[in-house]
Design a protein around this ligand. Sequence first.
Ligand code: IPM
Ligand code: MG
Length: 351
Amino acid sequence: MHATIVVLPGDGIGPEVTVAAVSILQSVAQRYGHQFDFHECDIGGIAIDKTGEPLPVATLNAAKQADAVLLGAVGGPKWSDPSAKVRPEQGLLAIRRALGLFANLRPVRPHPAALDASPIKSELLQDVDIMVVRELTGGIYFGEKKRTTDSASDLCSYSQLEIERVVRTAATLARQRRGHLVSVDKANVLETSRLWREVTARVISEEFPDVKLEHQLVDSMAMLLLARPRDYDVIVTENMFGDILTDEASMLAGSLGLLPSASLGEGQAGLYEPIHGSAPDIAGKGIANPYATILSAAMLLRHSLGMDDEAAAIERAVDESLKAGVFTPDLARGGTSVSTEAATQSVMERI
Ligand code: IPM
Ligand code: MG
């Protein structure tokens, strides 16, 4: 098969982890007889430096035409001036929105070999397998922002349609998994959450009667996620709650550097990125964990290109690398660690 993949390295460790994932995709292509054309474009801080825009038109057009997009990370201290008019993060939000990628899939599966990297007791982590589906193009991230000298506001709004479509994505996944869906909101306080709860309940009872639905308040969910993570299958929630809960959930897996994500819309195309950020503190040192981006590339193969075997081959190779103790410093917790390149090489050899 022939596919076009747009690569957006971005800032900080973004370029290091995308180079790693692209080399893995190249070896998959070779091994399985596919042809992948990679087009690299700018996004985020580097795009601001070159063009003044965090999402240049050329980047968006290339992304729209591609079969899939692989992204590193955006942002860094250089562009963090609070009074700046343009910010790298705007590029990421704009591309998610422009491509209609309303569902962000963030799987959390602690690896048996990396349990020690987690601050949570290992016995709580056995068999944890959670899929968080985060709404990605609505809510407080995209509502009107206002600012005067002494006050500021961010509007949070959701429409029924925005809730329905992401709930359908989550329920479809729950059906393919263990059939259990938890919808997370703050319905005791927020009007948007009351709509969220109402619409979710209706979609599930009308269209997914076989899926078991449970509602949780976000504060309580934050606690339950650490207290009994094994009890959860698919979690669906709004944009900001999903952002926060998945950083928390990454600690179940031991490191932010292990969590991939897929951002999907109605069609086959999607955007794939690690959930971690640009980590400016370690950028350029060659020690960033490439596994999250490599696993995002596996999700790309599965969801956008329909290559289940190839995706599984990458996931197996990462699993084996972890089992062999091939850890970057974030996982090694002071023990022996390897570079980004060595970790990538180890995955490549196992494909
Ligand atoms: C994420 C990140 C982004 C978000 C930032 C960089 C805008 O934290 O993908 O989780 O908040 O969505
Ligand atoms: Mg985040």
